[in-house]
Design a binder for this molecule. Structure first.
Ligand SMILES: Cc1cc2nc3c(=O)[nH]c(=O)nc-3n(C[C@H](O)[C@H](O)[C@H](O)COP(=O)(O)OP(=O)(O)OC[C@H]3O[C@@H](n4cnc5c(N)ncnc54)[C@H](O)[C@@H]3O)c2cc1C
Length: 508
């Protein structure tokens, strides 16, 4: 069965109990809805994405499993994720003769995030990640021919253990898809698409006993289960929840539209607690399309010096430089950006740099930058630095001083006070330009507190009976820490989902 069939109306030959189903709750005939309402599942997985699918696949080998998925199609964030994943001891490393250990992986993760991820979950992860990736590989997942690598875009590992498929996250889904189809066809797995979890059923003793589901028309169906796994993703498409949990606005929105944080709300309703919002870390600036948050990105400039050496100065709203523009550590650049007002910064340059430097705005030529200046949000130009600063919203007196100091040090061959080595041109030839960039993210750092059984914990650290959480709903802070640690969302989502379904859940 192809995955496109997952949204087809029910086939007459498919009956609940006789075989798995994969269709929308709203499309079910009344008799089937009634049968569902009478049933008690061993497990209901809420969310058929990166973490929910491996959870369900493995659990379905030993129990009766129902997945409810809000979207018409499975896959969740795998439809847009870069799918960069990392593990130590994989077949991909073996093929290249790369020696690696979980201990080395653990040390590298903790070095990059400065020991801010959960130590117990990080340990559980590194000890099981290679098995998860090797399982994907055994099911047809392949990676770019030059991989594994030490890094790309974020702070590099010391050992090459980082890889992704030719279609990014979708390469992972393509490996999962035949397994899902088979489990559904064999009646081991039941999937309801276009079906949202709206609430949890909680018994008088506080134990989770099922899920209240609604179809696209809002019609309710109570589904009973011995175990419930929250795998609904993060909250990086819910600006209000995001800001409440992180204390930072959701500046940019490119997460999956269903990353609304419903799993967090459901977990809290059962007594769970949230942690990790304080671990928020901004990525180096995106050029936002407009002034209203969350805004889509207009462009993501290559500020990482390993991708493009800087020709421009980066300043904060005070008109002051805050970072060595060719700083080799991306994580250090991001840490310094996090200390700037509003996580904003401006690239400052002149007419000659615009002409001679490789494009700062990907896929834009010089004329597009000229045309956008003073016409499109975030792009400014002026005949002198003071006027430019006022237009861009930067302190003019300090920006003038910053540019003069840079030009003077460069002309006299003095070392740059911040250590910048790549200083090809002065900023001297009008018109002068400023592009405003915004520190941003695409994930949520806050999430439900869980133990190493992935069981949701209440305020005093006691597990909420029958309730588990996996994937971004446990928060990037738990696995990635206060940093963008390579692959520390997709890989734990798959690794923990597999562990949960395969061995942690006890179906007695
Ligand atoms: C553009 C982008 C690039 C990224 N690149 C990387 C990367 O390279 N490496 C990395 O480690 N991380 C990356 N991430 C993060 C990573 O992809 C996600 O953290 C991870 O995929 C989330 O997995 P998940 O299973 O928790 O959520 P998802 O994969 O989003 O699955 C959640 C599912 O739950 C469903 N759902 C939501 N609410 C309900 C409800 N009420 N009822 C039923 N179903 C519901 C959703 O529709 C969805 O299918 C990236 C994120 C983005 C946005």
């Amino acid at each position: 069965m192809a995955s496109s069939e997952l949204m087809q109306p029910v086939s007459r030959r498919r009956f609940i109990g006789a075989t798995g189903i994969a269709l929308g709750l709203g499309a079910l005939p009344g008799a089937m809805r009634a049968a569902l309402a009478e049933d008690t599942w061993d497990l209901i997985v809420i969310g058929g994405g990166t973490a929910g699918l491996p959870t369900a696949l493995f659990a379905a080998e030993r129990a009766r499993v129902l997945v409810i998925e809000k979207a018409p199609l499975l896959g969740g964030t795998l439809d847009r994720s870069t799918g960069q994943i990392a593990a130590a001891g994989t077949v991909f490393q073996d093929a290249k003769g790369i020696e690696d250990t979980p201990d080395a992986h653990y040390d590298d993760i903790m070095r990059i995030n400065e020991h801010t991820s959960d130590p117990a979950l990080t340990r559980l992860f590194v000890d099981n990640a290679a098995d998860a990736l090797n399982w994907l590989a055994a099911n047809g997942y392949s990676v770019e021919p030059t991989h594994p690598v030490t890094g790309m875009g974020h702070e590099h590992f010391r050992i090459a253990r980082y890889q992704w498929g030719p279609q990014g996250g979708w390469s992972i889904f393509k490996a999962l898809e035949p397994l899902i189809d088979k489990a559904v066809d064999e009646g081991r797995l039941t999937i309801l698409t276009n079906t949202s979890a709206a609430d949890l059923i909680i018994d008088a003793g506080g134990a989770v006993a099922g899920v209240v589901a609604t179809d696209a028309a809002g019609k309710r169906l109570d589904l009973r289960a011995r175990n419930v796994v929250l795998a609904t993703g993060g909250c990086a498409s819910n600006p209000h929840m995001f800001e409440e949990l992180h204390g930072v606005p959701l500046y940019c929105q490119i997460a999956h539209p269903n990353s609304q944080g419903i799993g967090i709300t459901l977990g809290l309703s059962a007594g769970g607690t949230v942690r990790g919002g304080d671990k928020y870390a901004p990525l180096l600036g995106a050029i936002l399309a407009n002034d209203y948050y969350p805004s889509p990105p207009a462009a993501i400039p290559p500020l990482n010096p390993s991708l493009r050496l800087p020709w421009e100065l980066l300043v904060n709203s005070d008109g002051e430089r805050f970072v060595r523009e060719d700083e080799p550590s991306i994580d250090h650049m991001e840490t310094l950006l996090a200390r700037q007002p509003g996580h904003r910064h401006w690239a400052i340059f002149d007419a000659e740099i615009l002409d001679k430097a490789p494009p700062l705005v990907p896929n834009w030529d010089q004329q597009q930058v000229r045309d956008a200046s003073n016409r499109q949000p975030k792009f400014y130009a002026a005949g002198n630095i003071g006027e430019l600063a006022v237009r861009a919203g930067v302190n003019p007196r300090k920006l003038r001083a910053t540019v003069e100091a840079y030009n003077q040090a460069r002309a006299t061959g003095k070392p740059d006070p911040l250590g910048l080595e790549h200083r090809p041109l002065p900023i001297a030839k009008p018109p002068f330009y400023a592009i405003q960039m915004q520190g941003w993210t695409l994930i949520s750092f806050a999430g439900l507190d869980v133990d190493t059984n992935l069981q949701v914990l209440n305020g005093d650290g006691t597990p909420v009976p029958n309730l588990y959480a996996v994937g971004e709903v446990i928060g990037a802070g738990a696995t990635s820490g206060q940093a963008y640690t390579n692959g520390m969302l997709v890989t734990p989502a798959i690794t923990f989902g597999r562990l949960l379904g395969r061995q942690i859940l006890n179906f007695g």
